[in-house]
Design a protein around this ligand. Structure first.
Ligand code: C5P
Length: 232
């Protein structure tokens, strides 16, 4: 499986999203649709972006009882997305149920990726609020191993964790990594950041890039720079 750049389409609605995608002529970037856009526009936006020929990572981070997640995943699978995700905190049985739900009658399915601990969760909050005493890196790797054991395809993580995840879970276990910025670019609210070339060197399989592309004066040029640095 080759490396790819996924554009985080963090737009409030369909018109902004299509105005953005219309800038691309010929190229069909892989796009990530998150909760904001999906809850605003519903499944129709997924169908329309798919119809236009893009691959889609549907970032809805499911976390519920196994039966509910299994049924929800079956619906997402019928939407023909290419990648979707859940919280590894839902435990191994939930992840196994999700995979079952995601698998189509012909045996194909979208990639399924786990969120370990959200990057917004500090070690202190984990200890105080979640009563998890282990160091956060240990927790992240343990959740990655659980995801692998459940049969998932990979995890969302920082590019800085990608090497360790591959060491623990194997090279073919995918690392999907946000937190990418161009050298000299604005970090915004991201703290542990890497350039696209840095993410490549660290072994990321997919980079998820939002504002460095969507807020660039020339988004198509910014996307091409990302692809050249990360894939080329
Ligand atoms: O604009 P920016 O490049 O920071 O966008 C990164 C995208 O990746 C956003 O959609 C953000 O929600 C998502 N993300 C993240 N960090 C995580 C998980 C997801 O930045 N740990």
């Amino acid at each position: 499986m080759g490396r790819d750049v996924i554009i985080a389409c963090d737009f409030a609605g369909a018109s902004e999203t299509f105005a953005f995608l219309d800038l691309f002529r010929g190229e069909k970037p892989y796009v990530k649709i998150g909760m904001e856009l999906f809850y605003a526009e519903g499944p129709s936006i997924v169908r329309e972006i798919k119809r236009r020929g893009h691959q889609i990572f549907l970032d809805l981070k499911l976390h519920d009882i196994p039966n509910t997640v299994k049924k929800a995943m079956a619906v997402l699978s019928r939407l023909d997305v290419d990648m979707c995700n859940l919280h590894a905190g839902g435990t191994v049985p939930m992840m196994e149920a999700a995979l079952e739900g995601l698998t189509r009658p012909d045996g194909t399915r979208p990639l399924l990726i786990a969120v370990t601990q959200l990057t917004s969760t500090s070690e202190e909050r984990m200890r105080e609020d979640l009563l998890i005493d282990a160091p956060i890196d240990r927790v992240v790797m343990h959740y990655a191993e659980n995801a692998k054991r459940a049969g998932l395809d990979g995890v969302v993580c920082s590019p800085l964790e990608a090497g360790k995840v591959h060491e623990v879970c194997g090279r073919s276990f995918l690392t999907v990594t946000p937190g990418v910025r161009f050298a000299g670019g604005d970090a915004g609210d991201q703290s542990r950041i890497t350039t696209p070339a840095g993410a490549k060197a660290l072994g990321s399989d997919y980079i998820v890039v939002g504002r460095p592309i969507t807020a660039a004066p020339d988004p198509v040029a910014a996307y091409r720079t990302c692809v050249e640095e990360f894939v080329g």
